[in-house]
Design a binder for this molecule. Structure first.
Ligand SMILES: *Cc1c(COP(=O)(O)O)cnc(C)c1O
Length: 401
């Protein structure tokens, strides 16, 4: 029977019935090593007992009450997020795009509340990704995602990622903010240098702009710090997060300083589902684990091990992999041939990965992956690369798209 799902995804013909830790199982009992984590969502792997317990216990109590009433679990999670970061306030949403949308609205409102209503434009970066709403596709400026959806929403000026002179030129009397992913995930696992991020901070300070870090993908220990900004030596004013915050339960949040959020007074923004008790229970459970002593240190250690092994594989198969990039457990293999071929070969090894821009294969294992599982993964990558190297040595070389 043909599927009635709107065909906006070219889905792989695989369905997983259950998961445990870093493993996913099909109905037929095939076991796959998950190096996608639902695109950086299942940071704590599948069916983590602490998360399952939090969700099922909350499900017995109350699921949803709306934001017309106090939600104690949400107040607690907001406290903890602010304790762990630069932020003073948190607005909960259901997704990354909504969190980014909130950040965009907040930047505009901040300038308006500061007596500068003419400032509504945001400087954003080529290769970025902020979600699929009309505002967030305009923010990212990716032609592929804008095509056919009418005039892009006004108010975004795009410059090359890492080009500080271009940023300076793009700032004008209407600029409200600068919005950046500290590591571009979808764009190809490209890291902004700390020097560049510091220069952005200074430009914002000098020009009364807000600095927005989109940490939807990098947040919650993915890069080896609880948040990627924490290694840059600077702090943003606004930070949308989502993905791993719920470990698989849909939830997003926009974090901000008191100053940056001063325009967001009662009635200015809202969400029916945002921050409901189920999502908040899971978010608190994720924070229990990720803020426990040693968690991020362990992620860093695992990441270093993976990075070293990947560097060896790259040296062994120069006809397959041209570069290993990334931070923490947000890694990318830049393919020599089409990246889709490497993804297919990895899937043949029962290991699932996800593509990114710039011909990159993203590796996003659950953060709880252990050393044996890393060794297992490295073996599968080696096998896939060996097969591709063999193919490439026989067949005339295809060029990366
Ligand atoms: C995934 C992602 C988003 C969008 O999140 P959704 O939950 O899909 O709306 C926004 N920004 C970044 C950096 C992302 O990786």
């Amino acid at each position: 029977m043909p599927s009635h799902l709107l065909p906006t995804y070219a889905r792989v013909d695989l369905a997983f019935e259950r998961g445990e830790g870093v493993w996913l199982y099909t109905k037929e009992g095939d076991r796959y090593l998950d190096f996608t984590s639902g695109v950086a969502v299942n940071g704590l792997g599948h069916a983590h007992p602490h998360l399952v317990k939090a969700l099922t216990e909350q499900a017995q109590k109350v699921w949803h009450v709306s934001n017309l009433y106090r939600i104690p679990e949400g107040e607690r999670l907001a406290d903890r997020l602010c304790q762990a970061t630069f932020a003073d306030f948190v607005f909960f949403q259901n997704s990354g795009a909504e969190a980014c949308e909130c950040a965009i609205k907040m930047a505009r409102k901040y300038q308006s509340a500061s007596g500068r209503p003419e400032r509504y434009r945001i400087v954003a970066f080529e290769g970025s990704f902020h979600g699929r709403t009309l505002a967030t596709i305009a923010a990212a400026g990716n032609k592929k995602y804008l095509d056919g959806f009418g005039p892009p929403m006004d108010g975004f000026d795009h410059v090359a990622f890492g080009d500080i002179e271009a940023v300076k030129k793009a700032i004008g009397p209407q600029t409200a903010a600068i919005m950046i992913e500290p590591v571009q995930g979808e764009g190809g696992v490209r890291s902004a240098s700390p020097t560049f991020l510091k220069a952005l901070r200074k430009l914002c300070d000098d020009n009364s702009l807000l600095l927005i870090f989109d940490e939807v993908q990098t947040g919650f220990a993915r890069t080896g710090d609880l948040f990627a900004y924490q290694r840059s030596g600077i702090v943003p004013d606004v930070m949308p997060v989502a993905k791993a915050l719920g470990g698989g339960f849909p939830v997003g949040a926009c974090l901000a300083t008191a100053e940056a959020s001063k325009g967001m007074t009662p009635g200015t923004h809202g969400s029916t589902f945002g921050g409901n008790p189920l999502a908040m229970a899971v978010g608190n459970a994720v924070m229990d684990i990720m803020t426990a002593p040693g968690f991020v240190e362990k992620v860093r250690k695992t990441a270093l091990l993976l990075k070293q092994r990947l560097a060896e594989i790259k040296d062994r198969y120069p006809s397959v992999i041209s570069e290993v990039r990334g931070e923490g457990l947000l890694m990318g293999l830049r393919a020599v041939g089409p990246s889709g071929e490497l993804i297919d070969e990895l899937r043949a090894e029962k290991m699932i990965t996800v593509g990114a821009g710039d011909n990159v294969v993203r590796l996003l294992p659950p953060l709880i992956i252990n050393e044996n599982e890393i060794a297992d993964a490295v073996g599968r990558i080696d096998q896939a690369c060996a097969r591709l190297a063999d193919n490439y040595s026989r067949a005339p070389k295809k060029v990366a798209s």
